[in-house]
Every structure is written in structure tokens, then in C-alpha cells.
Design a protein around this ligand. Structure first.
Ligand code: GLC
Length: 476
């Protein structure tokens, strides 16, 4: 079975958010199941400059009102996964990965259509087109509109995976006319959404998936559905939730070169050396008995950074240290900056993208705070557990599906709370701080968290089953 996997970012080539981890790791896991999965990515200037070895494999062109638009296509390989890199004028228009809404909509629609044109050009016929998020949505819409009677595309099925519902792309009406993409039957979409790439993808893909079972249910409600809950309810028989995994080679505390001391669950005692090294690296008092709280995140309303800043004020009389690593919203950056300069003895705000430091934070801190307002899956809690750092999470989406509360089970792997309010978060943090004092129980908790299996294997098998079902429907 051949699968064309389209995404706007994929590790290790290009990463902005969690989508990149999935697009970098899932195709690899699927290939171990003997699927011929190939990744398609825009050939961003950062990839061109990275020194990646590429080979030019051909040209493709897409219909456009100003004359056909040409794409040059290169192939490469990353960690055993073949990659098609799509280049062309709309992609060269921007320096970065994401730019202005107008540039992006043109760039990503061109990318989506050119990737399909390429398959025809080189005669590589996929069974499944698997598109991710709004950037790739038009590939499934195009397929839906054009495959009947087309000998190349007729039996091809589509899967569209949603990683983050509120990011729908911007008004694509002009671009859709330019690229002559006629989309049939969008009557069941709310009128405001009919020109937005993501809703178009949701309405036209054969199958929809999202990255956790809980998020798949949540997006069918008005609280999480962003106005598309009606559409998602109407497609619920076609919507599945498949949890993301983590690559157990990429995230492995027994051999992570970024750590000062590697460790496993059998020698959890040696983990404390990482904590001390981290405290000293960041100029905090190097005391293993002070609970070290951390957050590694995009600074975004979604992630509830504001809730943490408020909650810390409420436990200010307790002993703890706090590290926040990340960039994003400037108002939140300002608030974090202010709080850390008020408490220079115990709070560090590292306002940059620092993947190696992030690993040391997972490997050295005691509690990872993840109070997301919504979380389709979430990666931080999975890495944290693998690295023996106990997650404190809001019970929503993938967080709910992967972290079990300690107190309600006497077992569990973390601390969970319900309402998106700093008070509720504060209570959960407090429970963590209280248990931290009990070393033996804490280590049991760490071991349990580290032993959880979140490898991609199971998810890959679920995608495999979904592909088989989708393909089966096309070939009858
Ligand atoms: C988005 C979501 C996150 C998810 C990731 C990968 O970044 O916000 O929850 O883990 O996509 O699916």
C-alpha cells in the first residue's frame, strides 16, 4: 500500500509545533508495517540551506488562471522515510514556514495540488492521500472533486487528520478560483466557513481523524467545536481518534546525549544529578529537595500559561523553583518576564527555542505543568513521563487520555484537574508538592510514569486499519 503523507512541517527537517513531530515520526512507524509511505513537504529555504542532500526528480504543474504554475520537485530521505520536496514560485515567496495569511493560503494550496500533480507526473500512484491540518486540506478536496472517472485517481482514498481545530487557514476564495478548484456540495458547512481550507477538508475527506479519542468527542460539542461541531457531528461515523505516540529512540533517557547523566527506571536515583546540573546551569540554588516545576511550551492562550503564572502566585509561600522555556505571544512573554524578575531567586524564564535545554528540563525537573485549555494530543506529557518528570495536566483531549490521576487511583502517573482556572491548577500543583516530600512514593510514581508505553507502534497499527478500510471502500 502506498501512502502520500502531506504536512507543512516534519522533524528533523522543519519544526514549529507538535505537528512536526507527528509528521516526522508516524511515517517512519508506518513504514515498519511495510507501507510505502512518502512524505511531501514544501521545499522551504531553511531546508535548502540545511545542506540536506536532495535529487531533482522532475517537474509538475498545476492549473492556474495566470497560466499553469510550475513546480520543481526534489526527493530526499530522512531517517529512512522518502521525502518529496515541492518547490515553486508560491513557495519561494516566503522566507519562513508561516508568514501572512494571504501568502500562506496561496503557498499551501499550491503545495497541496502540486504534490498530487507530481504523483501523476512520475507515475507513483498512492492508495491513500493522507493530509494533515489546513495546509494540506485542499489535496483531499481536489481528490474528492476530480477522481471520479479519472483512471489515475479513481481508486485513491483520502484521510484528513486534524491536529488543531481553531487553525482553519484564511479566506481562500480567490485562490480557489485561481487554481480552478471546484468543490462540490459544501451546503452542510456553515456559510462563514465555506472558503476556509480546514472546513473544506473536513467536509470532503473520506475519513477524518484526530490525535486522541477524547478530542474526537470534544470537537463535536459547542465548547470545543469552534462552530464546526454540527459538521463534525454529521460526520461522526467517519471520524476516529488515534493517539499520537513518541519515537522511543528520539526520546530515550537511557541514551540522551543532551543529559548530563543518562538514567532508566531501574536507577531512578541517578536522575537527581540531572536536576542539580539543570539548577546550576540556570543559576538556581542546587538543592535536590526543592521541588522543581517546569513548563516547556509555545506561549499561547491554548496552553494556559496565564493560569500557571496566576497559580504560582497562589503558592508563593511554598518552597519551589520554576522554569519556563518557550516563545510566543508577546503579552504572555511580558507577564512571564515580569514574574521572573520579581522572583529571580526561584523563577527562570528562558524566552527562546532551545531543544537541547528542553531535554535537560524534562530529564531534571520534578513536575511538568500542562494546564491546556484544549489539547488535541500533546507531546510534553508523553516526553515528561518517559523522562520521569511527573505531569500536572488539565483533564482534556489527549492529556485526559494519557495521564491518570495519582490520588483518585492510588496508582496513576500524574496529577489532573478539571476547570481551566488557576485555583484548580493550584490545588493540583499543591497535591504534587505534598507528595514530593515522600521520596519512596514519589519514586514509585516516577517509575510507573516511565514504564508507560507511548511508542508509535499501536497508533501506526490503528492508522493502518483505517487506511485499509478507506481503500476497501474505493475498490468495490
Ligand atoms: C497540535 C496540537 C497538539 C498535538 C500536535 C500533534 O500542536 O495542539 O495537541 O499534540 O498538534 O498532533
Amino acid at each position: 500500500m502506498r501512502v502520500l503523507f502531506l504536512a507543512s512541517e516534519a522533524t528533523p527537517l522543519v519544526k514549529v509545533g507538535g505537528l512536526a513531530d507527528v509528521a516526522g515520526e508516524l511515517p517512519r512507524a508506518l513504514r515498519t508495517l511495510d507501507l510505502d509511505v512518502r512524505l511531501a513537504l514544501p521545499f522551504y529555504s531553511s531546508i535548502k540551506e540545511s545542506g540536506l542532500e536532495v535529487e531533482r526528480i522532475g517537474e509538475a504543474s498545476v492549473v492556474h488562471s495566470g497560466g499553469r504554475r510550475g513546480a520543481e520537485v526534489y526527493s530526499s530521505e530522512t531517517r529512512g522515510v522518502p521525502v518529496f520536496l515541492i518547490d515553486g514560485a508560491p513557495i519561494r515567496q516566503s522566507e519562513g514556514i508561516y508568514e501572512s495569511p494571504e501568502i500562506d493560503v496561496d503557498k499551501f494550496i499550491f503545495f497541496s495540488l502540486a504534490a498530487l500533480a507530481l504523483c501523476e507526473e512520475i507515475g507513483w500512484q498512492p492508495g491513500i492521500v493522507h493530509a494533515n491540518d489546513w495546509h494540506a486540506a485542499l489535496s483531499v478536496a481536489w481528490l474528492n472533486a476530480h477522481r471520479e472517472g479519472n483512471s489515475f485517481w479513481n481508486e485513491v482514498a483520502s484521510v484528513f487528520t486534524l491536529h488543531n481545530l481553531p487553525y482553519m487557514g484564511s479566506d481562500a476564495s480567490r485562490v480557489l478560483v485561481d487554481y480552478d478548484v471546484k468543490i462540490a456540495d459544501l451546503a452542510h458547512l456553515p456559510p462563514w466557513s465555506r472558503n476556509l481550507p480546514l472546513p473544506i477538508g473536513l467536509a470532503t475527506a473520506d475519513w477524518l481523524s484526530t490525535v486522541s479519542p477524547s478530542y474526537a468527542k470534544e470537537i463535536q460539542t459547542s465548547e470545543f467545536g469552534h462552530g464546526l461541531e454540527g459538521l463534525l457531528q454529521s460526520r461522526r461515523e467517519r471520524l476516529v481518534g488515534i493517539l499520537n505516540g513518541i519515537d522511543s529512540e528520539v526520546w530515550n533517557p537511557t541514551q540522551d546525549a543532551a543529559l548530563s547523566t543518562t538514567f532508566s527506571y531501574d536507577d531512578i536515583e541517578s536522575r537527581v544529578k540531572n536536576k542539580q546540573a539543570l539548577q546550576s546551569e540556570l543559576g538556581l540554588e542546587t538543592d535536590p529537595d526543592v521541588p522543581l516545576l517546569a513548563m516547556v511550551t509555545r506561549l499561547d492562550h491554548q496552553k494556559g500559561v496565564d493560569l500557571v503564572l496566576d497559580a504560582l502566585n497562589d503558592v508563593i509561600n511554598e518552597r519551589w523553583q520554576f522554569i519556563l522555556l518557550g516563545t510566543g505571544d508577546s503579552a504572555l512573554e511580558g507577564r512571564a518576564e515580569k514574574l521572573s524578575s520579581t522572583h529571580p531567586d526561584r523563577i527562570r524564564f528562558i524566552n527562546r527555542f532551545a531543544p537541547k535545554l528542553a531535554r535537560r528540563i524534562y530529564g531534571g525537573s520534578d513536575l511538568m505543568i500542562i494546564p491546556s485549555r484544549y489539547e488535541p494530543c500533546g507531546l510534553a506529557q508523553l516526553i515528561a513521563m518517559r523522562y520521569g518528570c511527573i505531569p500536572v495536566v488539565r483533564s482534556t483531549g489527549g492529556l485526559k487520555d494519557t495521564v491518570e490521576d495519582y490520588d483518585s487511583t492510588g496508582q496513576g502517573t500524574g496529577f489532573t484537574f478539571g476547570p481551566a482556572e488557576s485555583g484548580a491548577l493550584c490545588t493540583a500543583i499543591q497535591r504534587g508538592l505534598n507528595l514530593f516530600g515522600d521520596k519512596a512514593t514519589w519514586q514509585e510514581l516516577q517509575r510507573r510514569a516511565m514504564m508507560r508505553d507511548f511508542s508509535w507502534q499501536r497508533s501506526a497499527e490503528d492508522y493502518y486499519d483505517l487506511y485499509r478500510r478507506a481503500l476497501g471502500e474505493r475498490s468495490v
